[in-house]
Ligand binder design. Structure first.
Ligand code: SF4
Length: 435
């Protein structure tokens, strides 16, 4: 039995005990249900183990040579390829994807751009701190979940943040206050104790709450007697007291806060509030933690920054990086792409229909290890191994800490890793045809 890191979500728990003879996995100890599902994917019914091409409307298994040549043909006809996904692959595969994008003069972006990436660049420009899991365990006294439900999305996160005893928090849970701001009573409310704050904000009223908190930070006693956004005055006062008095507080931001709004920018307003609180904080500070779900959602920005000097999406023309105001969503909205290469994600299920229908109209190449809604419309599907089980590599945990993932067993049919496959495609396209 050996200890491995789980790649089931962005928490990358490094305490999973696995029994394996190098061919099969016979036992997994310590993983949550989501982590167990990750290990079950090895032999799942919807696993893809051979390349496929769409012929007469149906996906047919073909040889690797035929599939690769078909991709070369699609890309040769393309002037504006769109590469997307890259949150469920290693940093090495992300780097290979960027190299491929440069070679074919494409636009490359990750799932983070419609998720945590919005906060990342803005928070960096404002100088707001991101914190780590270790720091919260050792020094945290206030944890605010805002639009986040880790009990279901990152199942072991609250165990670590809330219940672990730390160097300066020997009493553990007893000294840590949990506040949850959410319009829905999620599973995370289940861990609340009597000292905690359950704040059921009315749907789409987060902005009113943020603006009131900002105002209250500047002029005391401006909270209306009837409360704000469905939260009563005494709870709001307690929230303010915690926000301005915490020694080491963290706001954990989830998908609920990230949804776009046409008439205001919630991300900006929330980060302004944080900056205001930290300016006025005398003894402590509030920092941020972003809840990206995919196991390496944080990695793409690190790789783009270290390789090309910019974080977020990249666009290439003449095999050079160019400045672009476009993002993944605007590229699709404006039909500014003519084929897509999707890596390790399922945009047909995840994106709004207005966007997914546009992606479905152009040739789509899918690199993934299991059948999804996206594989049902793909022209070519290429299988890869499951990272953290069938191949190794680097990933960034949700708190931006790099973690090495190990290989436990060989993949079926010797399918390549995402990194190997993307590098093969790069070499093939550089030569202009079959290797
Ligand atoms: S919380 Fe995430 S990383 Fe940890 S065991 Fe569960 S799925 Fe795996």
């Amino acid at each position: 039995m050996k200890r491995y890191t789980c790649s089931g979500c962005s928490l990358l728990c490094d305490d999973i005990i696995v029994q394996s003879d190098g061919i099969f996995i016979s036992e997994v100890i310590g993983a949550c249900l989501k982590g167990k599902e990750r290990f079950d994917q090895v032999s799942a019914k919807n696993r893809i183990t051979s390349p496929m091409i769409r012929k007469n409307g149906e996906l047919i298994e073909v040889s690797w040579d035929e599939a690769m040549n078909s991709i070369v043909e699609i890309i040769k006809k393309s002037n504006k390829p769109l590469l997307y996904g890259f949150s469920n692959v290693t940093c090495e595969a992300q780097e290979a994807g960027m190299k491929l994008a440069r070679q074919i003069n494409g636009f490359i972006d990750s799932n983070a751009s419609i998720c945590q990436g919005k906060f990342l660049s803005k928070a960096k420009s404002l100088g707001i701190n991101f914190t780590t899991i270790t720091e919260i365990i050792n020094k945290g006294d206030l944890i605010i979940l805002w639009g986040a439900n880790p009990a279901e999305t990152i199942p072991r996160l609250l165990n670590k943040l809330l219940f672990s005893r730390g160097k300066f928090r020997m009493t553990g849970r007893e000294i840590k206050t949990l506040a949850i701001i959410d319009p829905v009573k999620t599973a995370s409310f289940g861990v609340m104790g009597v000292r905690d704050l359950a704040l059921m904000v009315e749907p789409n009223k987060d902005i009113e709450l943020i603006r009131m908190l900002k105002e209250e930070c500047c002029s005391a006693d401006s909270i209306p007697s009837e409360g704000v956004a469905g939260i009563d005055k005494s709870d709001l006062k307690r929230l303010l007291l915690h926000l301005t008095g915490a020694e080491n507080g963290v706001i954990v931001l989830g998908q609920g806060v990230i949804q776009p709004h046409s008439d205001y920018n919630l991300v900006e307003e929330l980060l302004d509030l944080l900056q205001l609180i930290n300016e006025r904080q005398e003894k402590g500070r509030i920092s941020l933690m972003l809840l990206g779900g995919h196991f390496n959602m944080a990695g793409f920005d690190h790789v783009a920054l270290s390789t090309y000097g910019v974080s977020g999406h990249l666009e290439f023309k003449g095999n050079q990086l160019i400045k672009t105001k476009e993002g993944f969503v605007s590229k699709i909205e404006n039909d500014n792409f003519d084929c897509s290469i999707i890596v390790g994600t399922d945009p047909i299920s995840h994106l709004p229909h207005s966007l997914s229908s546009k992606i479905a109209k152009k040739p789509l190449i899918l690199i993934d290890n299991h059948i999804t809604a996206t594989s049902h419309i793909a022209e070519v599907v290429l299988p890869t191994s499951i990272t953290g089980i069938e191949n190794s590599g680097l990933a960034y945990r949700l708190d931006q800490v790099p973690i090495e993932l190990s290989k436990i067993i060989n993949p079926p049919n010797n399918v390549p890793s995402d990194e190997e496959l993307l590098n093969q495609l790069y070499s093939l396209l550089k030569q202009g045809g079959s290797e």
